[in-house]
Write a protein that binds this ligand. Structure first.
Ligand code: CDP
Length: 221
């Protein structure tokens, strides 16, 4: 059967990873979380203790090996053989990732790897620039969004469920600030591709979003 490339872009906390993982499983497609790749570079850089320097971080990102090992509940992530699945989700990494992701050399290194992963087709990839830059010819492009209140509230519940502390208002501000930084950066900003379908999930369940996307995939096969 024909295998297509599905690109899912959208702002922070819109549920892209959850949805893309489920759709990927249903279709038997590989799922790539590109946000985890930018988070991995950020984690690696913070671990060096060096001051922020674009050339230094760009060189680091070129030397790293990022791997995904999909499991039932999570997509495990490894950097140079070390598991970073949880380490890349800390508030410190989240607070620094947009700055790292705005570096041209970092984006070149990541996009290169992403395109290689997608060469064979049968892939679902989520991020900010998948439909606009990484796979401009993807057969299906979705721009998944939700109100900032809804996105903050979902993230809040996730954090509380992990037994961690969290302030909803602060989370909302952090999400809005990251969206602003990602949308206003010069290289590959967060933007809906002209031929992407806008899907607002504010009033939809996870299953409804998954079913909607599966139907769109079917139409393209
Ligand atoms: O899961 P969450 O919505 O918090 O974000 P993420 O998908 O893990 O992405 C983290 C950050 O990586 C974003 O805020 C962007 O700065 C950056 N990113 C990017 O620049 N391009 C992508 N294709 C994916 C993520």
């Amino acid at each position: 059967m024909k295998k297509i490339v599905v690109a899912i872009d959208g702002p922070a906390g819109a549920g892209k990873s959850t949805i893309a993982k489920l759709v990927g499983e249903k279709l038997g497609y590989a799922y790539i979380d590109t946000g985890a790749m930018y988070r991995s570079v950020t984690w690696k850089f913070l671990g060096t203790g060096e001051a922020f320097d674009e050339a230094f971080i760009g060189a680091l990102s070129n030397k790293m090996i990022i791997e995904f090992k999909p499991e039932a509940k999570v997509n495990r992530v490894f950097v140079d053989g070390t598991e970073v699945t949880d380490a890349i989700r800390t508030p410190e990494v989240t607070a620094n990732v947009s700055r790292v992701a705005a570096i041209g050399a970092v984006r070149e290194a990541m996009v290169d790897q992403q395109r290689r992963m997608g060469e064979i087709g049968g892939i679902i990839m989520d991020g900010r620039d998948i439909g606009t830059v990484v796979f401009p010819n993807a057969e299906l492009k979705i721009f998944l969004t939700a109100s900032v209140e809804e996105r903050a509230s979902r993230r809040f519940k996730e954090i509380i469920a992990k037994g961690q502390e969290c302030d909803l208002e602060q989370l909302k501000q952090e999400i809005a600030a990251r969206d602003k930084a990602d949308s206003e950066r010069e290289i590959s900003p967060l933007k809906q591709a002209e031929d992407a379908i806008l899907l607002d999930s504010s009033d939809m369940t996870i299953d409804e979003v998954v079913q909607t996307i599966l139907k769109m995939v079917e139409e393209r096969l």
